[in-house]
Design a protein around this ligand. Structure first.
Ligand code: GAR
Length: 216
């Protein structure tokens, strides 16, 4: 069966991209990375793509007068590569309503928080300042608000005494690398349906049990 063609958009080190590349290399994984696109030249994620033999391209937003003209080129590159699902993986540019609606329900993002809590920047600092006992990460369909849209998969991790933003980020990142490929698999297998702003996953086992922090 044909594998789903992914376009992965990055702006930096690309550790989530790497987790997707690694997942796609496993036999039977129902997707492949058709293209990696960075809006920032010279980032490490581009080296990861090149090493995996994946076509990669830079569309530098600084070369364009406004967002729509930048996004028109991004869109053309994705279409040219036959991309079927766009995966934002540390892509740090806001996308306009035009681009988001053009890729409606074919555009997903990962964010290092349990959305809708802590969208935007400085997520870990804000989670620690709020004193939450759990943090985590979310893969979601993209809508026009920042880090907004129907939630596909989340993973929760405990916040520990003495956590720094970096320590918490590292604990969450480990889970990001698990849930992004999981969400892509669910999508590629045609198991995801969006209705009334909520995602329904066909054939998912129920998630049971509860985490308590501090433990009982
Ligand atoms: C990841 O933690 C990702 O969740 C976050 O940027 C990091 C990119 O790391 N994305 C956002 O904050 C989006 N709002 P990576 O380049 O190593 O994948």
């Amino acid at each position: 069966m044909a594998r789903l063609r992914l376009g992965v958009l990055i702006s930096g080190r690309g550790s989530n991209l790497q987790s997707i590349i690694d997942a796609c290399a496993a036999p039977g994984f129902p997707a492949e990375v058709a293209l990696v696109l960075s809006n920032v030249p010279g980032v490490f994620g581009l080296d990861r793509a090149a090493k995996a033999g994946i076509p990669c391209t830079v569309v530098n937003h600084k070369d364009y007068a406004d967002r729509p003209s930048f996004e028109a080129v991004v869109d053309a590159v994705l279409c040219e590569a036959g991309v079927q699902l766009v995966c934002l993986a540390g892509f740090m540019r806001l996308l306009t309503e035009g681009f988001v609606s053009r890729w409606h329900d074919r555009l997903i993002n990962i964010h290092p928080a349990l959305l809708p809590a802590f969208p935007g920047l400085h997520t870990h600092e804000r989670a620690l300042a709020a004193g939450v006992r759990f943090a985590g990460c979310t893969v979601h369909f993209v809508r026009s608000g920042t880090d907004d849209g129907p939630i596909i998969v989340q993973a929760a991790v405990p916040v520990l005494d003495g956590d720094t933003p970096d320590a918490l980020a590292a604990r969450i990142l480990e889970q990001e690398h698990r849930i992004y490929p999981h969400a892509i698999r669910l999508f590629a297998e045609g198991r995801i349906r969006v209705s009334d702003g909520r995602v329904h996953v066909a054939g998912a086992r129920p998630c049971t049990g509860a985490l308590v922090n501090p433990p009982l």
